[in-house]
Write a protein that binds this ligand. Structure first.
Ligand code: ATP
Length: 263
């Protein structure tokens, strides 16, 4: 494993699932990420917090190369998943995004039935027709949506409530059997009850997946995450166990942010 140039102290993580090394990112002339290094442990929830515009979404999108789609975006540094450089020349980006799923802020189900939304990915990835039913039901169960929808799987996904739509999007992600799931502010468009259900779900999912979540909600980060990274103006200021970050931050700016003094 090549040496990581550490700019921020890292907790001792035996076998990180994701290793980010000296990552810089520019949108045209503007540098949005500055020398980020981070080791993300597997089967855990890692929360990324920080004020608006500090680069959280930009960073999370680097983990499954979503920024490839943005013109004028340039990246330097490395992102290793299972020690493989995901920016390597021979990486199949479709396969990478299957391995690293993503759930967005606004639920975005396809305008098709509940069933077809979840079956969409497995069908594209060539899952056998006779196995699709089982995959769809399994994913809906894991996303805690099966009981509510089992009698109306052919109904339009858009007839579901916002919270149910977000769980459907999670089921859609789970159906392609990822290893890592990225959540970009997944509850910011939801009411408190739907938010609590998604938080419970995320905490359950970490048994089987590595989870990275961007959130503006500090209580949410404190409730559901094992590790927290604090970003400020494109830099990772502090990264550590959530308990430590919230109870004894090492950096003054982290403390100011979590105590609501800015942002
Ligand atoms: N596609 C883009 N083109 C140019 N600049 C961008 C693009 N996306 C983001 N930026 C800029 O990069 C910086 C970081 O944005 P980013 O969305 O990653 O921040 P964030 O911390 O996720 O913010 P928020 O919490 O408001 O979602 C901001 O200055 C933003 O304006």
């Amino acid at each position: 494993m090549t040496e990581v140039v550490q700019n921020v102290a890292q907790p001792n993580i035996a076998q990180p699932h994701i290793i980010v090394k000296n990552l810089d990112l520019w949108y045209g002339e503007k540098q949005a990420l500055k020398n980020i290094s981070m080791q993300i442990p597997r089967n855990s929830v890692t929360a990324l917090i920080g004020p608006s515009g500090c680069g959280k979404s930009t960073f999370i999108r680097c983990l499954n190369r979503m920024n490839d789609l943005i013109k004028n975006c340039r990246i330097e540094g490395k992102v290793l998943i299972e020690n493989e450089d995901i920016y390597g020349a021979d990486v199949d980006v479709v396969e990478l995004r299957k391995q690293v799923g993503m759930v967005f802020q606004k639920p975005n189900p396809f305008p098709m039935s509940i069933y077809d939304n979840v079956a969409y990915g497995p069908r594209i990835h060539g899952v056998n027709k006779k196995d699709i039913d089982e995959v769809v039901r399994g994913a809906l169960r894991s996303a805690a949506l099966f009981e509510e929808t089992s009698d109306r799987l052919k109904s339009p996904a858009l007839s579901l409530s916002g919270g149910q739509q977000q769980r459907l999007c999670i089921a859609r992600t789970l159906a392609v059997k990822p290893e890592i799931i990225l959540f970009d502010e997944p509850t910011s468009a939801l009411d408190p009850i739907s938010t609590a259900r998604i938080e419970d779900l995320i905490m359950n999912l970490k048994k089987d997946y590595t989870i990275v979540i961007v959130t503006h909600n500090m209580q949410q980060a404190a409730r559901i995450s094992d590790y927290t990274g604090f970003f400020l103006m494109g830099e990772l200021i502090e990264f550590g166990q959530t308990r430590q970050i919230f109870h004894s931050p090492k950096e003054k700016s982290t403390e100011d942010y979590i105590t609501g003094r800015f942002g």
